[in-house]
Every structure is written in C-alpha cells, then in structure tokens.
Design a protein around this ligand. Sequence first.
Ligand code: DQA
Length: 145
Amino acid sequence: MLHGPNLNLLGTREPSVYGKTTLAEIDQMLLRRGEQLGVQVRCAQSNSEGELVDLIQGAAAWADALIINPAGYSHTSVAIRDAIAAVGIRAVEVHLSNPQAREPFRHLDLVAGACWALVAGFGAVGYLVALERVAAAHGLAFEES
Ligand code: DQA
C-alpha cells in the first residue's frame, strides 16, 4: 500500500472531502483485513515523487500487488505511471474522493492507465475494496461475517 503526498494529514486535512479517518487507521484496517485474507500487507507514505518511484521499483522484488493512492501526483506524474508499468505488478489506484466530480484539473489521471483497476469516491472503504479484489484475483476469498 503506497500513500502519496499530503495523505499523512488525513483526519485533519479537508475532512469534508477526505473524511475523518487517519492514515494510521486506514493502515490498521488494511493490516487487519490482510490477516483475515492471509495477505501480508506493507504500508508506506511519501510526499515525494522520486521516493514513490523508488518504493514501486523496490516492491517488484517482493510484492504480488500494489495499491496506490498517488494523491496529487495522479494528475501530474508520468514517472509514477511509468514505474507501475515498468514493474508489471497488478496495481489498483484508490482515491478517497471522486476526482471526476471535482475541479477540472483533477479529471486528468496519468496513473490510472497503468493500473488494473480504479476505486474512487468510497472514502476509506475503497482501500478495503481494493485489497479484497486484489486478494480475490490471487485466489484468496474474503467472507463477510
Ligand atoms: C485524492 C484526490 C486527489 O485529487 C488529491 O490531490 C488528493 C487525494 C483522493 O484520495 O481523493 O490528494 O487522491
């Protein structure tokens, strides 16, 4: 799980847009659901484009799948898109909000085209949807209890 710029501020950052769930709570949710699914989840956040590229390249050595919220870099970063395409890992892009329903500059998404799937507008739940669908694609089922 890679979180892009400004997502370290979740909880206090524009809560009317992004909700009140903190990044630590999102990571906790993912780790817990990962345990239920039998998936090892590792989470990282960076405000820097180059570091995100390094993390994507590094993940190629051990990860079966990548969930990424590139945040503001979704709309600008050829480098992050190219890194995802280069490593060839199954990737899901997640957005808390629905960028298509927001300002026009958020309508362009350079990263999504390199991803297998996109989840947007469901708030923090979207991360769990991404994890569950990625796990299912790898043959691991999640039973709602
Ligand atoms: C975001 C949407 C982006 O447009 C924005 O720059 C973000 C968060 C989201 O999760 O809704 O930082 O990726």
